[in-house]
Write a protein that binds this ligand. Structure first.
Ligand code: 5GP
Ligand code: MN
Length: 328
């Protein structure tokens, strides 16, 4: 086993963990498998070091993560007093403070440690370990565990595998190096079940998802001489199919998979006139820049933001922000 990047400064993390009496590990809002997998892997490691640790997020973990050991120990909603008395909060995979979905006052009497791989990270922690070279925050945790001298076990290996598998779009992005595959080999050696992960993440969707997908594909529009593909789903369609945002995870990949499309855009109405936008790009386009312009963030190939107003207005705003990267 060797670390992906040997020059990352992990010592402040070790110091903070050693000093802490009680630790709250937190994922970002609308959590994905990278933030949940990272949260679980840190949890397993700190538990094995004998630390008092809790996991709590604003939102429930997505159903694709249900197979991960200890996922049911993650609480969500209002932060219970027992957890609020923690003296260290570890945020994983959250590019900005707002992504934690917690009142700023919560952090006043606590040390905040920010571990993340988003280039757009605002360095909001008291300690920041932010490194955009990593393909996933889960891959950072793989290196952290080695620094902490905590061996992988089947639970932490499964959690990191889920994080890396999903954040690399199943090992399809340019962020996947030979070292990433060597790490993956270690995860499998340590007990990550590849077939279970594939089945749980990619083959466990509700039949109603495909009703929603029909509507989504019906909205597909190709613009900019074939360079952009747009899909939108209005709130009433989620109501009609009795589904929510997590059920349309991956719809954007249909748009990205079209020949000649450089940028895919998925627009879903979270509630009336509030739209969650996802961007996916193929090289050389950088959608992180587009999302940042619109008040969100992310990476070169995957980014997002929230916009308000009518669908037409939102599409216009996105169109304006896209111009620069389409015509550099
Ligand atoms: P997704 O499209 O899967 O929701 O998000 C893609 C990427 O963009 C993820 O890395 C996610 O963290 C980031 N992202 C999505 N929405 C937002 C947002 O509203 N603000 C920020 N800062 N990042 C976002
Ligand atoms: Mn991530």
């Amino acid at each position: 086993m060797s670390s992906l990047y040997a020059d990352v400064l992990w010592q402040p993390v070790l110091d903070a963990v050693q000093e802490a009496k009680q630790i709250h590990i937190i994922a970002h809002v609308n959590p994905d498998a990278d933030t949940i997998g990272s949260q679980l892997a840190v949890y397993h490691a700190l538990k094995s070091m004998g630390k008092c640790v809790f996991m709590h997020n604003r939102d429930v973990a997505p159903y694709i993560c249900r197979y991960l050991p200890a996922v049911h120990e993650i609480s969500h909603g209002e932060i219970p007093n027992e957890i609020a008395s923690s003296d260290l909060v570890i945020a994983v995979d959250a590019g900005s403070m707002g992504r934690l979905g917690v009142d700023l006052a919560y952090f006043e009497d606590k040390k905040l440690l920010n571990i993340d791989h988003h280039a757009s990270n605002t360095l909001y922690g008291d300690i920041n370990v932010v490194d955009a070279r990593y393909c996933a925050t889960g891959a950072m945790i793989y290196d952290l565990l080695q620094y902490l001298h905590v061996p992988l076990n089947p639970a932490s290996a499964a959690a990191i595998y889920a994080a890396v598998l999903t954040d690399t779009a199943s090992f399809r992005l340019a962020s996947v190096s030979a070292d990433v595959h060597r790490m993956t080999a270690d995860l499998i050696d340590a007990g990550a079940d590849v077939a279970l992960a594939a089945q749980s993440i990619y083959q466990s969707h509700k039949p109603a998802r495909f009703e929603l997908l029909k509507y989504a594909l019906d909205s597909l529009e190709i613009r900019h001489d074939g360079r952009t593909a747009w899909i939108s789903v209005a709130h009433d369609l989620y109501e009609k199919t009795d589904l929510c945002g997590e059920d349309s995870e991956g719809f954007i990949d249909y748009a990205r998979s079209i020949e000649g499309v450089d940028v895919a855009i998925f627009i879903r109405e979270e509630k009336s006139q509030e739209w969650k936008i996802s961007f996916r790009a193929k090289a050389p386009c950088d959608v992180g820049v587009v999302a940042e312009k619109l008040g969100g963030g992310g990476h070169q190939y995957a980014a997002g933001c929230t916009l308000f107003g009518s669908l037409d207005k939102v599409q216009e705003d996105i169109n304006d922000a896209l111009v620069d990267i389409l015509n550099p």
